[in-house]
Design a protein around this ligand. Sequence first.
Ligand code: NAD
Ligand code: MG
Length: 324
Amino acid sequence: MATIGQPKLELRELRKTGLKLSCVGFGASPLGNVFGHVSEQDAIDSVREAFRLGINFFDTSPYYGDTLSETMLGKCLQALGVPRNEFIVSTKCGRYGGGFDFSEERVRKSIDESLSRLKLDYVDILQCHDIEFGDLDQIVNETIPALQKLKKEGKIRYIGITGLPLEVFTYVLDRVTPGSVDVILSYCHYSVNDTALEDLLPYFKSKEVGVISASPLAMGLLTESGPPEWHPASPELKSACKAAAAHCKEKGKNISKLSLQFSLSNKEISSVLVGMNSVTQVVENVAAAVELTTVGKDEVILREVETILEPIKNQTWPSGIQKS
Ligand code: NAD
Ligand code: MG
């Protein structure tokens, strides 16, 4: 139980949106069974514990588990039974189990389907999901304007874009109507093994765009149990992360805690989205964040892990339409 005087999970403002996101956000892709089966009860308990411990930000997509993540999150939020303005929900559009479609017609249908699965009247943020798989000029000229209409209609409050290659963000933000994109969501680029996002933080600030960073555990690479079968990293990257995890374990440390604390350390990032599927993970991740503000990072083990990961630093993998 939280006791009086116990440090709270930090809230950070998402730039001009004014939204105050918990620094640890709840990534709901695991609720779509993306990292193995999760029961409805475990999902409900995880979300309830997250909210109780101060996590107010929940991220999903119709793509995760082919709509299952949204449906499960909808049930979990309903089970919470708290006023709508006490939590912040982001979902996405354009990427589905069956493929990609960033057309105005599809995203208009998409938000209605998402709201119905989530059992909500509006989402706080709607993001174009993994835009490197689409035509970036369509995102600029059709999808973002379509989302601006949804904003006027009250179905969404803010507009975002997500993707893996960082160039897609500058391409779009340099071309859209200034101010039309409120937030970017980057993943796997602000972790102990990859900090490529850092160079772009001043650019996002200059554009007044909020920054969310996802996958601090590099989608399972930075965990003791290792990544799922589908993980796209090279064998070299996987084995370096495995060695780092083993080193931490040998020293009585936890690679996931260290990694999450590393990602949380940069306050230009408003929220770090971690995928969670159990009460234990929720408790551990919130404790890691609270400990970071009270005690600080373990710099010794961090240096050791950084040394192990040095040969693969900033190594990533291809994503999107490959240009020849
Ligand atoms: P992640 O790096 O957060 O890793 C998730 C994995 O780590 C899961 O297997 C989870 O069970 C495990 N885990 C969580 N806490 C742990 C702990 N304390 N100890 C050990 N293992 C732990 O990767 P992710 O889930 O892919 O990313 C987080 C969220 O960010 C997603 O759920 C999604 O909401 C969002 N995201 C969005 C995009 C996008 O928009 N393109 C891409 C990636 C992630
Ligand atoms: Mg994703």
